[in-house]
Each structure stands twice: as C-alpha cells, then as structure tokens.
Ligand binder design. Structure first.
Ligand code: SAM
Length: 271
C-alpha cells in the first residue's frame, strides 16, 4: 500500500517531535534513520530502494561530506530523482543507463539482491522502508554483508509482523491489509534470524510502530474530507474507501501488537 501524500517521500513517517503532516513525519523518519546509521562518520552510503531519493537528498543536506548512491529497480523513479537534485547530470549512454550521476548523489538502476559494487567497499547500507520488497531477503542481506567494509553499519527500517505463526490466521487478522499491504509480510523474528545467519551482529532494534501507524491513521481520519477530495480528482471513490479502511485496520492491528515498524542496526562480525 502506498499513500499519496503529494510529496516525494514514499514512507509512512515517524510522527514524533511535533510532526503534524506527512512530509514533516517523513523527514523525522529520515532524521532518525540517519542518526541510527551514524551518518556523520560515514564517507560512502548505499541507499537501497531509494524511491524518489527524497531521503538521500535529506541526508545529503544534513551530512554534506557523505557520498550517497541511490539504488533502485525503478528507473523512472531514478530519473525523477535526478530532476529533483537538479544539478549537472552526466548523460547516460543509450545502451548503458545503469549509472547516472549528479554533483551530489549517484543513481544506480539495480536490485538490492545483486549489488554492482566491490567487496568491502562501503561504510553504510540503509534500506528505508524498502526491504519488505526485496526477495529473497537472505540474498539482499548477503549482498549487503559482502559490500560493507569492516566496521560498517547496516540499517533497515521496515514494517514487520510481530505475531501470528500460522499463515491462514495471519490472513484473517490482517483483513483488508493482507490485500493492500503490497509486499512481503516478513516477521521480525524471521528477519532477525536471517541477519544472524548471515553473520551480522544486531546492535539495536527500535520498535516505533505506534509512532508510525497510529498517528498516520489519525492524521488521515482528521483530514479525510480534504484528502478524499484530492484523491477523487484522480481516482474512483472505491479506491479512497479501500485506503480509508486499510488505515483503520493498520491502526487496529498496530494497537493489538500484530504489526510493528522496526529499525534494525547491525554490524558485521568480520575479522
Ligand atoms: C516504499 S518505497 C520507499 C522509498 C524510499 N526509501 C522512501 O522512503 O521514500 C520502496 C522502494 O523500493 C524500490 N525497490 C523495490 N524492490 C527493489 C529491489 N529489489 N531493489 C532495489 N529497489 C527496490 C521501489 O522501486 C521503491 O523505490
């Protein structure tokens, strides 16, 4: 499920520190992830699943000395991102468009499960609300491990399932969300087990679900009339109804502890 917020971030946001609108909450989420990833001491960063690169632009503005490379399978989003960054672009060749570059940020059209980078070559790998789309998950985590330098940090911010062992009962509990949550439904335990199996050490896990889902749903309920009018200019009304019901469900299952939003920070156990 993607929320059309009229801005260039594609995440739910972190509704803390007086954030009252989606864009403010989304910047708060970037700020939190940047801090957890210790970006002030990073030289090279890969942002995997970079969307329109609004998070990378945010981090670049906060941590000017950092070289950020955005990785995305969606070439159109990368092209849009380049317009957002808007500085001198080295034109891609017609037959090779995998690397585009501006003065500030690099853009690579690739998948997180096969990273076109050398072993031990980057300081940070971040996947901000994107790893739920990466399959197989273990291949993405293995690639991240291969690419990270010794002492590097790996940070994932991801919607997760917290409970529910049996698949059919998960379907029942998620209700409409099982259809509109258009990605993998990885459980936190599964993600942790894969991370550990790939020889990462988990330094910290922050569970921020209530500051993500509940407040986003409340924002939508409070402003539904205006948001609905905006949506109906482009889409049929049944889609807005689905969005509305999905947000209500999201808040319900978050409050019941069935879903959460985890920020997981890891280091490599490499000698
Ligand atoms: C929910 S969006 C999050 C975008 C961005 N991180 C943000 O917060 O605005 C997920 C992104 O992951 C990208 N994506 C999906 N599968 C991918 C893959 N296998 N490798 C790299 N990017 C992928 C999508 O194109 C999309 O840009």
């Amino acid at each position: 499920m993607q929320i059309a917020t009229g801005n260039n971030m594609l995440n739910f946001g972190y509704w803390k520190n007086n954030a009252t609108k989606p864009l403010e909450a989304q910047h708060e989420l970037c700020k939190l992830v940047g801090k957890i990833a210790d970006l002030d001491s990073a030289r090279t960063v890969l942002d995997l699943g970079s969307g329109f690169s609004a998070p990378a632009i945010h981090w670049k503005s906060q941590y000017g000395n950092t070289n950020i490379t955005c990785i995305n399978t969606n070439f159109q989003q990368l092209l849009f991102a380049i317009k957002l960054v808007g500085s001198n672009i080295s034109e891609p060749k017609a037959d090779s468009f995998s690397l585009l570059q501006t003065n500030d940020i690099r853009f690579v059209n690739a998948t997180a499960t096969s990273l076109p980078f050398a072993d031990n070559s980057v300081d940070r790998i971040i996947a901000l609300e994107s790893a739920q789309h990466f399959t197989p998950l273990d291949q993405f985590i293995r690639e991240s491990k291969r690419t990270l330098r010794k002492g590097g940090l790996f940070v994932i911010a991801i919607p997760v399932i917290k409970e529910v062992p049996v698949k059919s009962s998960l379907f029942m509990k998620l209700g409409i969300l099982s259809l509109t949550w258009a990605s993998e439904h990885y459980s936190l335990d599964y993600i942790k087990s894969v991370i550990i199996k790939e020889d990462f050490h988990i330094n910290e896990i922050q569970s921020i679900g209530s500051d993500v889902y509940d407040s986003l749903a409340d924002y939508y309920m409070k402003n539904r009339k205006q948001l609905r009018e905006r949506i109906l200019k482009k889409y049929p009304s049944y889609l807005e109804n689905i969005l509305y019901k999905s947000l209500l469900k999201m808040k319900e299952v978050s409050q019941k502890g069935i879903i959460d939003y985890a920020i997981i920070k890891c280091t490599i156990n490499r000698i």
